[in-house]
Design a protein around this ligand. Sequence first.
Ligand code: ZN
Length: 453
Amino acid sequence: MKKILFFLLFCASSSFAQNADSLQIRKIYDEILTNGECYKTLTYLCKTIGPRLSGSIGAAKAVQYTKKVMEDYGFQKVFLQDVMVPHWVRGVKEDAYIENGKVKTKVPIVALGGSVATPTAGIKAEIIEVKSFEELKTLGEAKVKGKIVLFNRPMDPTKINTFEAYAGAVNQRGNGASEAAKYGAVGAIVRSMTTLQDDNPHTGGMRYAPGIPMIPTAAISTNGANLLSKLLKENPKLKFYFKQNCQTLADAPSHNVVGEIRGTEKPDEIIVVGGHLDSWDLAEGAQDDGSGCVQAIEVLRAMNALGIKPKRTIRAVMFMNEENGLRGGTKYADLAKQNGENHIAAIESDNGGFTPRGFGMVGTAKQIAKIEVYKNLLAPYGLAEIGRGSGGADIGPLGNLGTLLIGFKPDSQRYFDFHHAQNDKLDAVNERELQLGAASMAALVYLIDKYGL
Ligand SMILES: [Zn+2]
């Protein structure tokens, strides 16, 4: 009898909690969908500040701006973390053309972040197309030396999640130049990382392997890559010309920006929600990753507006330098370790401000199971994909401290239409989708704060 009574009481209390939680989550969504300010913040970030590549004036302005926004909201503590960042500049606009006999056809390219310049007059050479590093190796020095290599493996269109397609192609951008240089290539041109067929070249970070000559490298638009590939089949002797004068300057001082609401019961347990404040220089960094930053701020704003007093400390973090160094994310975790801080969970939004689908997690089975319990509460908001997945680049280093890493997962179909290209502007972001993402993260922060991990 006692057992039954206990069971009944347990059921009653847990369904009451579910009810209270679903009401509170409803209120969070209502607040953000009716009074949300994240789009307004994003508008300023995109239209008044603009591109925010690490070390640039835009990045410095964005640091001061987001700090002020959070101070104006009255977050209890707003502070900067010093971090030295790489400072790469594109220089004058790149130039490229295909020289097929007497016909010159211009094609759109952009230098990859971190690349060296070409000689002032540019580079003109025969070009050889490959789809993989294995193919390049088979060709060897005999076929590659003195030429430009075209890496032309597309993102696999059959992958439903476009981030998987990206992961399957992006080594061409990151490592292509050094792989090509191993066999004596003089330049590397990489098919843009996008599923679209269009004329926008997409930049992105690249790294030179130590001990291998540093050759200039650029991305070509998918239409440009297709044209080049077609012409090469007709005339393997055609030439490719490109010119760029980018350079890497000395490291520059910059900052992560942190806003905090201190916990009332367990202030030493910290929950982070964040995005990265730096963006590529070609556009406004609206989807990548202005969206994630303004959503993080919105989470704390909504909690304040609703009078939610978290038990644990909640931080909105704008990480610096995700795109070409990850110095901000690394510094944040270093400081957390140094200061003995206990970060129980970190949520990152860096997959765009699109319609929410769920959360992917990196952590122990026990940590992940704790979050999976909330599936029923989050399902009515379209958050169906909750389980093991990937976290986020900036929060990654916190994983070494045992923090549960959570990646916000929006719909992925359009992200690579804009990613690192000149069209990643404010009009690429839908206000309502952006708000829904912020509300999704606020709901999850609310639950993690209430029940812990
Ligand atoms: Zn990003």
